[in-house]
Design a protein around this ligand. Structure first.
Ligand code: ATP
Ligand code: LTN
Length: 330
């Protein structure tokens, strides 16, 4: 089974990215052929600092390897190293409706906070579709916020196939039942996010233990006293989900365990569990981040492997679309 996912090298990665996506990448390495891509081209669609982008990319590469991505068992690479992504994005544009892109909620949310709304941020989901479709992907592990983009990818693939003949595998999203939408600790009505969240409510994978504990201790809850998962208890529900994923247990069991406990004790227990959970990752991260040449080497090896697969897909796409010479290859 072919598995593909992409992750942006923006800012530092948080507990939501870790639980919703990164742990899935690591687990799915066992389930099939996993391809994990750092999508630096996506990161250029909003205002950014070029030097910072490169350093964020190394941060992310080190976090992913520290989390357990194994370049021997998966293909791990940087999007901009494989030119076929940009080429396929353009070729898919003609099979994507303008109206479809205007309906993307991530576009609406992200463009609302931009001074300059680039054409890139508008066509961002088509590049994501290209990422996925280049590799004959069957499963795409993502958090809940990517549901709509996966749906678009499927629609574009199906439209292309019916227009130009069977070319693409139509992929499916893999969205975890618990932990696909970790909320901001200070504003549990909103998802934890580097770009749109609160600093105190966002727990970073590389945060110091003391900072993590502080963020959990000050997590916003509600005026009740029951530790229970419920629609009107967004803060407590979020903490229950975080702890359930970390302990590998169910929310129901945790509700039993913490029946009668105070909110303060519960918040501290979750904070401590998160510290223990992230400590080994942070330690490995620090070692891996120190050697940028080695990180480049790992990414270059991954890009060579990715290119091999991508080039084959592009030969079929060009032929199907009547683009380029009739003979095989470019
Ligand atoms: P952010 O909102 O923090 O900027 P993002 O969604 O824009 O993140 P990425 O860092 O590329 O961009 O996301 C990587 C993965 O993390 C995606 O699969 C996304 O669905 C998932 N993800 C992002 N936020 C959360 C969250 N709060 N809970 C669970 N999964 C999340
Ligand atoms: N759009 C995603 C990142 C992303 C992605 C992908 C995810 C780009 N290409 C391909 C899965 C598959 C995001 O904003 N998190």
């Amino acid at each position: 089974m072919r598995i593909f996912s992409g992750i942006q090298p923006t800012g530092r990665k948080h507990l939501g990215n870790y639980i919703g996506a990164i742990t899935q990448y690591v687990a799915l390495q066992e389930a099939g052929e996993a391809i994990i891509c750092i999508v630096d081209l996506h990161a250029t669609t909003v205002a950014y600092d070029p030097a910072r982008l490169r350093s964020d990319l190394y941060d992310l590469a080190a976090v992913l390897l520290a989390a357990g991505l194994d370049p021997e068992r998966c293909i791990f690479f940087r999007q901009s190293d494989v030119l076929e992504h940009a080429e396929l994005q353009w070729l898919l544009m003609g099979s994507t409706a303008y109206g479809e892109l205007t309906r993307m909620t991530q576009f609406k949310d992200k463009s609302a906070v931009q001074e300059f709304i680039s054409a890139g941020i508008f066509s961002y989901p088509v590049l994501m579709a290209a990422d996925i479709l280049l590799y004959g992907t069957e499963r795409v592990p993502v958090g809940d916020d990517q549901r709509q983009h996966i749906e678009l990818t499927r629609d574009v693939a199906q439209r292309f196939n019916s227009r130009f003949g069977e070319t693409f595998v139509v992929p499916e999203g893999v969205i975890p039942e618990v932990g696909a939408r970790i909320m901001d600790l200070q504003n549990p009505e909103k998802k934890m996010s580097t770009t749109g969240g609160t600093p105190q409510g966002t727990v970073y994978v590389t945060d110091e233990p003391a900072a993590i504990i502080k963020k959990f201790k000050s997590a916003v809850t509600d005026s009740g006293r029951e530790i229970r998962h419920a629609d009107d208890k967004a803060g407590i529900s979020n903490l229950l989900e975080i702890l359930a994923v970390i302990r590998g247990t169910t929310v129901g069991r945790l509700e039993e365990e913490f029946a009668g406990a105070g909110y303060g004790d519960f918040k501290l227990a979750v904070g401590e569990a998160v510290v223990d959970y992230l400590a080994p990752v942070r330690e490995r991260y620090t070692q891996l981040r120190a050697d940028e040449d080695e990180l480049e080497q790992v990414l270059a090896t991954g890009a060579d492997k990715a290119r091999g697969v991508a080039a084959q897909t592009m030969t079929r796409v060009r032929r199907a679309m009547g683009v380029g010479p009739a003979r095989a290859g470019r």
